[in-house]
Write a protein that binds this ligand. Structure first.
Ligand code: GLC
Length: 703
């Protein structure tokens, strides 16, 4: 069934899906638990029953907190030698094994990997980080960070994958499935943790529909699709209750509706705020040590304030996860050969190659032709800097870092690379700039500008570059024939003051230890850039919802719309839209068709589109499918991402690309029914190359 832009509406039959709304439970608990456990779960439950029957109250409570000690594999939670119960060793983090574990492969930050729109690649990154964590003796990897990027000013934006729920969910699943080949992953920080400076005290309120439909689905996907073994509760409050004592989040939703089988560990130290409320609300392990649990929890049980059932449930979850992940029979064995292996550093290079986003390229300023280059200036405070991200808990210590300058110098061939260490204002620098065929300015953010509060820069209070860096760009543009800006950072950077003065702009992120090589390969055209923005870059921060990171304003409300959904509703043009990225070739999309199949609850509707590489060189395209709503009875975004696919095409090649719309992703959460409902309305399918470039349209109606 061929559909053109003004395609007729097709009616997609809907067998009872309208009546039987998409339940919030996803798959059946049995299927969920079976995939959770590497062993027959009935066998594990029987062993847990037997262990619990032998354990004293003290032994059960001991399993519910860390020891406070830091071992080679990370933060420890106790074993029980008497009963042969193994302990945990928990180590960060989202871009590689924590600096606390010594050297490890430093991958590009998660936001960079989000820009690849390549969940298969992310699965490989998760597997590699999980393997290195295990090789250091860890059994729990404190990653992925999957808090939605509500606003690009969030200090830890780099740790997550982007602003869109569907996109983020695909990455959450991929990372967890990869990492859990080797260790227990930990989806964090549950939930609504996307302000850094006030994270310990802020109270985030939102309505139930926004909570379920916008801010939680990626956690549900991690639980029900990837069967994540643990979830870390966040520091902040949600609707008045700290997350570690938030029964609605932990019991009603996570363990109840979603059927989560693993354990909840608190965030560190200030992540636990009480003894009784935490134990009654479903916090299973206090990390890193028993401040509120331990003796206080024993006393609370003995005083009748905490039922023994709550202790048994927590201890059961801890034991179930240890046994299901075979920590007793197959404990992690240190293996240094795995760490920073050639495969892993090559993967870090591949990840950055796919992450780099070409934001502007006037008159084909890029790629640089080595043979036509006499001299190339490299300048900027980050040119010769190992700028790989936050120095907080996600920090990684690779044994080497290839800086942009080193990468450019090693890939320049016959071109003469001139590195200017000043701000370009000296006479010598002015002469060098005037003489050069091109200048590469490497600027952006560092851990001083953004990152974990108290250690790194915390939240950003401007989305712009520093005044010094903006002045540097202007100065180089005034003096150079061709000005190329390479941005580093973990989130959106506004570009208005200088964007029209320069010839090309790359977003290179915190690029990992191989970043300089990938940046050089893109600059010289050895690699065709293919990344697309996983967030919106506004003309001005005032175009976005307010970002409140202020100790004087600890009550913050998250609304239904943010990012591209917000600017669509407000009718605001972005500087760079969600899903935007250029290439050294060009692509078109055509011939959108929808499968006429019925759309069952939890089912999918197939779509297909022709993608053609209309340029002169091969490249990867990321085709995106958005769904809009006609006649909905509830507030809806103008459009929301519902599917995407990355495809490699040779010059001139056309490929028919399949996409799938999951009923679950286009249902809305009906608070009264406490279920996701697939409305019997008309849905508008739009397909293209970014959220603002959607030339193809089709409609289907659910009866
Ligand atoms: C930190 C972070 C968390 C990390 C934990 C252990 O405070 O919030 O993401 O996993 O402590 O380092």
């Amino acid at each position: 069934m061929q559909l053109g832009p003004s395609a007729p509406t097709i009616v997609v039959g809907l067998l009872a899906a309208v009546a039987a709304a998409c339940s919030d439970g996803g798959g059946s608990p049995e299927s969920a638990s079976q995939a959770f456990c590497r062993l027959p779960e009935a066998e594990v439950e029987a062993r847990v029953d037997d262990l619990l029957s032998q354990m004293t109250l003290e032994e059960k409570v001991e399993q519910m907190a860390g020891t406070g000690a830091l071992g080679s594999g990370g933060w420890l939670a106790p074993a029980n030698e008497r009963l042969g119960i193994p302990g945990f060793a928990m180590i960060d983090g989202p871009r590689g094994v924590s600096v606390l574990g010594g050297h490890a492969t430093a991958f590009p930050v998660a936001m960079a990997r989000g820009a690849s729109w390549d969940p298969e690649l992310e699965r490989r990154v998760g597997e590699a980080i999980g393997a290195e964590a295990r090789a250091k003796g860890a059994s729990v990897l404190l990653a992925p960070t999957i808090n939605l990027l509500r606003h690009p000013g969030w200090g830890r934006a780099q740790e997550t994958y982007g602003e869109d729920t569907h996109h983020l969910s695909r990455f959450a699943v991929a990372f967890v499935e990869g990492a859990q080949q080797h260790v227990i992953a930990s989806a964090k920080h549950f939930a609504l943790n996307s302000i850094e400076d006030t994270r310990f005290t802020v109270n985030v309120t939102t309505d139930e529909r926004t909570l379920r439909e916008i801010y939680l689905p990626q956690f549900r996907a991690a639980v029900q699709e990837a069967h994540v073994g643990s979830v870390m509760s966040a520091y902040n409050r949600v609707d008045g209750a700290y997350c570690a004592e938030n029964s609605h989040l932990l019991r009603d939703i996570l363990k109840g509706d979603w059927g989560f089988r693993g354990f909840v560990e608190s965030d560190w130290i200030l992540g636990t705020r009480s003894t009784v409320a935490s134990a009654r609300s479903g916090l299973d392990i206090e990390m890193p040590s028993p401040s509120f649990y331990g003796a206080k929890l024993i006393a609370a049980v003995e005083a009748g304030e905490v039922p023994m059932d709550d202790i048994d449930e927590a201890a059961r979850r801890v034991l179930r996860t240890k046994l299901c992940f075979e920590l007793d029979s197959d404990p992690p064995v240190p293996d240094p050969a795995v760490v920073e292996s050639a495969d892993h550093t090559a993967l870090a290079l591949d990840a950055e190659r796919e992450a780099i986003v070409l934001l502007a390229n006037r008159n084909a300023a890029l790629p640089l032709e080595r043979s036509a280059l006499g001299s190339l200036v490299v300048i900027g405070p980050l040119a010769d800097s190992a700028n790989i991200g936050d120095t907080g808990s996600s920090n990684v210590n690779p044994s080497y870092v290839v800086t942009p300058l080193a990468g450019i110098a090693s890939h320049a061939g016959s071109a003469q690379v001139v590195f200017l260490e000043d701000d370009g204002s000296s006479a010598a620098s002015q002469n060098a700039l005037a003489a050069a065929d091109a200048a590469v300015v490497v600027v952006g953010l560092t851990a001083a500008d953004e990152g974990e509060g108290g250690v790194s820069g915390g939240d950003r209070h401007t989305l712009a570059l520093s005044a010094e860096q903006e002045a540097l760009i202007q100065r180089v543009a005034d003096s150079s024939r061709r000005t190329i800006v390479v941005l580093e950072g973990g989130s959106a950077i506004t570009v208005e003051p200088w964007i029209d003065r320069v010839d090309a702009v790359l977003m290179a992120w915190y690029p990992g230890q191989e970043g300089g090589n990938a940046i050089a390969e893109v600059l010289f055209g050895d690699v065709n850039p293919s990344g697309k923005l996983p967030f919106t870059v506004p003309h001005d921060e005032s175009d976005l919802p307010e970002f409140v990171s202020d100790p004087a304003r600890l009550d913050v409300t998250y609304g239904f719309l943010h990012g591209y959904r917000w600017i669509d509703a407000q009718g605001i043009e972005p500087r760079f839209p969600f899903g935007f990225g250029l290439s050294y070739t060009s692509f078109t999309v055509a011939n959108l068709t929808l499968d006429g199949r019925t759309l069952a609850p939890g089912g999918v509707l197939g779509a297909s589109v022709d993608v053609t590489n209309t340029g002169a060189r091969s490249g990867d395209e990321i085709v995106q499918l958005y769904v809009g709503f006609e006649g909905s009875r509830v507030e809806r975004p103008r459009r929301q991402l519902a599917a995407f696919a990355r495809v490699h095409l040779e010059a001139g090649e056309t490929r028919r690309v399949p996409l799938e719309i999951a009923a679950r992703d286009i249902a809305y959460y009906d608070v009264a029914q406490a279920e996701f409902v697939l409305e019997p309305i008309t849905y508008v399918v739009q397909v293209g190359e970014s959220s603002r470039d959607l030339p193809l349209e089709a409609r289907f109606r659910v009866r």
